[in-house]
Ligand binder design. Structure first.
Ligand SMILES: [Ca+2]
Ligand SMILES: [Ca+2]
Ligand SMILES: [Ca+2]
Length: 286
């Protein structure tokens, strides 16, 4: 409530800004930059809709509160395989047992970089601010359904491209703006894909198998990365908002395979060359 009030106040001061809550809490795959575990899993994760990720893939971006953020740090170049799967589970909320539905159509985006660590700086808004560089900040909308007007929503993220995050509201758009650049590396969607402009033509290809699970692999250098996970049922926000409000469950897994260093390749190739030399000598000795 307090947060919403503050957002309302800040929106009045800067109506073109969009706010984003970002938390990696409990979703840090490699907390200490160690990747030797090779496979890590996050279970019992929830998102507050089945469309949050897809909503961030259209022109007005999406509400960062409807997706989950995870992070990991690689200490060396690696191939990272990411799998996100729908999963139902019961959870406690306000003393009641509620169900996270297991019918999520999962989608995710991978970015280089992580959101600023400090959530608050004296005099600035405690939220992070998402922003187009060199353009007016964006505001994200959840629906245009006149039967359920929801208006402007706090929070913004770009599922299909780069975006910038800062926790210094006073600097947004200024020349000295201190911000973190999240560079879009790739994305993946379960099922047929997503039509984000309603023309009946898919704009984002799916993995072709609607089984509640999607996997994609990326070859990455050492560094820190953000993973954003959410629902890819773009149409549900227009036709059935109530259903879209339901909590959806998922699990996520990372599998990390280090890429051999150049010296490693040289040793391997050198070894092969030696084998070849021996073979040739044996042939010529006959
Ligand atoms: Ca949107
Ligand atoms: Ca699939
Ligand atoms: Ca389309």
């Amino acid at each position: 409530m307090k947060t919403r009030l503050m957002v309302a106040v800040m929106a009045g001061l800067s109506s073109a800004s969009a706010f984003a809550h970002v938390s990696y809490s409990t979703r840090d795959f490699f907390a200490n930059g160690v990747q030797s575990g090779n496979t890590w899993t996050l279970s019992n994760q929830r998102v507050t809709s089945d469309f949050g990720w897809a909503d961030g893939a259209d022109a007005d971006w999406g509400d960062s509160h409807r997706v989950r953020w995870a992070r990991f740090t690689l200490t060396e170049a690696s191939t990272v395989s990411i799998t996100v799967s729908a999963a139902s589970f019961n959870y406690l909320s306000g003393g009641n047992t509620l169900a996270a539905l297991g019918d999520l159509i999962p989608g995710f985006s991978l970015y280089g970089g992580i959101a600023p660590a400090a959530a608050y700086e004296a005099g600035d808004h405690p939220d992070y601010v998402a922003h187009h560089p060199g353009l007016l900040p964006t505001v994200s909308y959840v629906t245009t359904n006149p039967a359920a007007p929801l208006g402007v929503r706090e929070g913004a993220f770009n599922a299909s491209g780069d975006f910038w995050l800062s926790n210094k509201l006073s600097e947004v758009g200024a020349a000295n703006w201190a911000s973190v650049h999240l560079t879009h590396i790739g994305q993946a969607v379960d099922g047929t894909g997503v039509d984000v402009n309603g023309d009946g033509i898919l704009d984002i290809a799916g993995d072709g198998t609607a089984n509640g699970s999607v996997t994609a692999s990326f070859t990455l250098g050492a560094g820190s990365y953000s993973l954003i996970v959410g629902g890819a049922n773009y149409a549900s926000q227009y036709v059935n908002y109530a259903a879209g409000e339901g909590q959806r469950g998922f699990s996520a897994a990372l599998s990390v395979t280090p890429v051999p260093e150049p010296e490693g390749w040289a040793l391997m190739l050198g070894g092969l060359g030696l084998v070849g030399l021996i073979a040739r000598r044996r042939i010529s000795a006959r």
